[in-house]
Write a protein that binds this ligand. Structure first.
Ligand SMILES: [Zn+2]
Length: 334
């Protein structure tokens, strides 16, 4: 964090043009989940979402220094090894959330900026809810209630009950704990199906089709958002095969693009090789400005959960990249 702050201060005086030229990093891939001015109970206990005003400022900054490109152009640049003269950017969103249709699309349309969304196919049409969003809802519910049922502490095996310990324990739960997550919700009378029905946090098929007509691209973000490093190779392949099949059959989305749920950390080379052999054009991680041993795997810059302006985020990524370069750490090996 201290290093980031120092970098932010130093980078303010160096123009983007010089940074992109020194590093030869001319493709910027900002990554968000959603944009909202309202507090979203299923997200608010996990990370901070950027509001529309900040998002518009991000776009103004990006458009001033980089040319917006669509996903097909990005693929052409990578697959044909095209030299990029003027720096470019492509915006992507993970998880397929509703506000992309209601808040983001009108802003991007007005500015003529293309975007890509990575969908969890089990959650399209609000048929299911990501286990981390369930956890945020439980925390939201617990924080709003005056008394916490002792049973919840017992279920989580917390010896010294406190709201903080409860929150910490809940945030540690994994997808393999989903039965327990559902049981806790039940014990506090929190009904996820009702939440999905009345709040519709995800995009539905109609909205996805409409956005596709406007030039938006869609890819897979797996079926139900597991951490890939915790899956067997067969389970990893199943997540991809079934989500790609769904996109193709149900939504006529045949170009295969994939963004790793959570992170690509710890995923072995054999899976990456299988991915590209199975017609996946590009895959995406969230490691910031970094190169990868697999040229079709691109790293994006997270914009959620950071209070800094786009200018600071991008410039500190450039400086961080340069520092890593000296230590030979700006390429991820697998
Ligand atoms: Zn995600």
């Amino acid at each position: 964090m201290i290093l980031r702050n120092v970098l932010n201060t130093v980078s303010k005086v160096i123009p983007i043009k010089i940074l992109s030229s020194i590093t030869s990093q001319k493709i910027i891939l900002p990554f968000y989940h959603t944009i909202s001015d309202k507090s979203l109970p299923h997200i608010k206990n996990l990370y901070e979402v950027r509001g529309t005003k900040t998002f518009i400022q991000d776009l103004e900054f990006l458009c001033k220094h980089f040319k917006p490109i669509d996903l097909d152009t990005l693929y052409d640049i990578i697959s044909k090894n095209v030299k990029v003269n003027k720096p470019v950017f492509h915006i992507t969103f993970d998880d397929g959330l509703k506000e992309l249709y209601s808040n983001v699309a009108p802003i991007l349309k007005e500015k003529g900026i293309p975007a890509t969304v990575f969908l969890n196919t089990d959650f399209i049409d609000n048929k299911g809810l990501f286990f981390r969003y369930k956890i945020s809802l439980i925390i939201d519910n617990v924080l709003r209630s005056k008394t916490i049922d002792q049973k919840v502490y017992e279920m989580l095996e917390i010896p010294k009950p406190s709201v903080e310990s409860l929150k910490t324990k809940l945030l540690e739960l994994q997808i393999t704990d989903e039965v327990l997550i559902d049981e806790i919700a039940k014990s506090i009378h929190l009904d996820f199906k009702e939440y999905l029905k009345y709040n519709e946090p995800y995009l539905n098929r109609k909205e996805i089709k409409e956005l596709s007509k406007c030039g938006w691209k869609f890819g897979s973000h797996s079926k139900n958002h597991p951490f890939f490093k915790n899956l067997t190779l067969e389970e990893q392949k199943k997540q991809l095969t079934e989500s790609f099949n769904f996109l193709s059959k149900e939504l006529n989305i045949n170009d295969r693009y994939f963004s790793f749920p959570f992170s690509d950390e710890g995923v072995e080379a054999v899976f990456f090789r299988w991915l590209y052999q199975n017609d996946c054009k590009l895959s995406f991680g969230i490691s910031g400005m970094k190169k990868d041993a697999f040229i079709n795997h691109l790293h994006r810059i997270p914009f959620d959960g950071i209070n800094n302006q786009a200018n600071e985020i991008i410039k500190s990524e450039y400086l961080y990249y340069m520092i890593k370069f000296f230590f030979g750490k700006n390429r991820i090996q697998r």
